[in-house]
Design a protein around this ligand. Structure first.
Ligand SMILES: NC(=O)NCCC(=O)O
Ligand SMILES: [Zn+2]
Length: 506
């Protein structure tokens, strides 16, 4: 299948008085170990830094270290004419097509600023992203809890209940609708929030996209009430894991039904010593968990192996849909002639048990500790280089490239509607765009060959052990085109192949 795309990571992120420990080397190395071949991180401006400078800071941090390809979203921590001009330059000259705004944290923006930023995204052909939680309510709730003596990690979720997430989701959708801007809501963590998204979409139409996280699909918020501080704090992120034990299954069903479209990891890792910054006040626990390495296996286990989604939907939600939304398709997210050779050979019969002791990440904690998952990448090919070979990790620092994400993704901006706008917005000059503006839709959400638990051993990605004497591709001159010759090699034709029909096989 096409390599995984994780559109939500935070490597080397200076946040909440500390810095996430997975840097661009360890983070991308871990990504590859788990079957992800492209990540999209967030350039986040430090106080006083402009979005454009933040972009350059992140390029300097990442370019020499990445083992797989990467792109950048840019965070907008305020609104001004300068920010607006930076957005123009980032879209025009620097391969950025997405901007993230926050409705909580110290750097949250207000509704008027959201309106202006969304409007400008629309004019540029960019995707607006939001972290949707009502920050003002959270501050008040947290103050009250602290005053009552609730200082431990359990206070985190209590101060940010589901309706606080759902309200912000609805508000962001309403604001985006006013200016007709496509909206992507990052890390949706609760059923109530997703229902708010769905209700808006049902009433007003579909240019809103929802992402959820690997951790939210596998773990619930009861972990944050654990008596051991390090364990509880290790599970703190925002929006929080929900204490309703049904939430992970509900979120997976939303993905199955195309109410949510994308999965990320939000990998933002802090060691236990860093989490201890919030020992006496849950508001100071650095927010973030791991997931970049384990996302694919965990979603296979909880989605495909559990019988909720089929393998094609798995590829859509872990790779193809992100490629389409961020305009990387068909370069990424599909196996096709002309696409990058980012390919994973997935062994659905193999299992592995996740542990911080054996993972490739720099962090000393793993929220999936002890979880046994079916689905292990046997080979991972990153831009033509075999980086996992029969399960052995062989990455190369700096092998990855920065990947530009062009504006006006035709999957998000209806080409017929926006072609005029595009010519108008070429920096004042009228220029005919030569892109092939063909409307292509996101992946269909059902497949004619559903996989149920009892049939999991028969999924198309299963294969027997390598017969004695059969060649090992690592010992020969590996030719992708030869390996993928459908007439000569064993490959499975399906009606709705993962990554879309243009590949024809997988
Ligand atoms: N999610 C989280 O808790 N940490 C990373 C920053 C963010 O995405 O909000
Ligand atoms: Zn994040």
């Amino acid at each position: 299948m096409p390599g995984g795309i994780d559109p939500h990571t935070h490597f080397e992120f200076e946040f909440m008085g500390t810095k996430s420990v997975d840097d661009f080397y360890h983070g991308t190395k871990a990504a590859i170990a788990g079957g992800t071949t492209t990540i999209i991180d967030f350039a986040f401006p430090k106080p006083g830094e402009s979005p454009l400078d933040a972009y350059h800071t992140y390029r300097l941090k990442a370019d020499g270290k990445v083992c797989c390809d990467y792109g950048l979203h840019v965070c907008l921590t305020g609104w001004s004419d300068q920010v607006k001009k930076d957005m123009d330059l980032l879209c025009r000259d620097h391969g950025v097509n997405s901007f993230k705004l926050f409705m909580c944290y110290d750097f949250m923006v207000d509704d008027g600023e959201l309106y202006s930023a969304f409007e400008h995204c629309k004019n540029l052909g960019a995707i607006a992203q939001v972290h949707a939680e009502n920050g003002k309510i959270i501050i008040k709730n947290a103050e009250k809890l602290i005053a009552k003596g609730v200082t431990g990690p359990e206070g985190h979720e209590i101060s940010r209940p589901e309706e606080v997430e759902a309200e912000a989701v609805n508000r962001a959708c309403v604001i985006a609708k006013q200016v007709d801007c496509p909206l992507y809501i990052v890390h949706m963590m609760s059923a109530e929030a997703v229902e708010a998204l769905q209700s808006h979409r049902n009433r007003y139409g579909g240019n809103v996209y929802g992402e959820t996280l690997a951790c939210a699909l596998a773990i619930d918020g009861r972990q944050c009430r654990h008596e051991c501080f390090a364990h509880a704090a290790g599970h703190i992120l925002s929006p929080p894991l929900r204490s309703n034990a049904q939430t992970p299954t509900m979120l997976m069903k939303f993905l199955q039904a195309d109410i949510l479209q994308v999965t990320g990891s939000d990998n933002c890792t802090f060691n236990q010593s860093q989490k201890a910054l919030g020992k006496n006040d849950f508001r100071k626990i650095p927010n973030g968990v791991n997931g970049v390495e384990d996302r694919m296996s965990v979603i296979w286990e909880k989605g495909v192996h559990a019988g909720i989604i089929d393998p094609s939907r798995f590829v859509a939600i872990t790779s193809t849909n992100a490629a389409k939304i961020y305009n990387l398709f068909p370069r990424k997210g599909v196996i096709a002639v002309g696409s990058d050779a980012d390919i994973v050979i997935w062994n659905a019969n193999e299992t592995r048990t996740i542990s911080a002791k054996t993972h490739h990440q720099a962090v000393d904690f793993n929220v999936f500790e002890g979880m046994t998952c079916h689905g292990v990448p046997e080979y991972v090919i990153v831009n033509g280089r075999v980086c996992v070979d029969e399960g052995q990790l062989r990455v190369a620092e700096g092998h990855g490239r920065f990947i530009e994400t062009p504006v006006f993704p035709p999957y998000v901006y209806d080409p017929e509607k926006y072609i005029t706008l595009l010519t108008e917005h070429k920096n004042g000059t009228v220029e005919q765009n030569t892109q092939n503006f063909q409307k292509i839709h996101l992946e269909q959400y059902s497949c004619e060959t559903p996989t149920f638990p009892e049939s999991v051993v028969n999924t198309p990605s299963c294969r027997g052990a390598r017969p004695e004497g059969q060649r090992n591709i690592q010992e020969s001159t590996f030719s992708v085109s030869e390996e993928l010759d459908v007439d000569k090699k064993t490959s499975t034709r399906v009606r709705h192949p993962p990554g879309g029909k243009s590949s024809g096989f997988w």
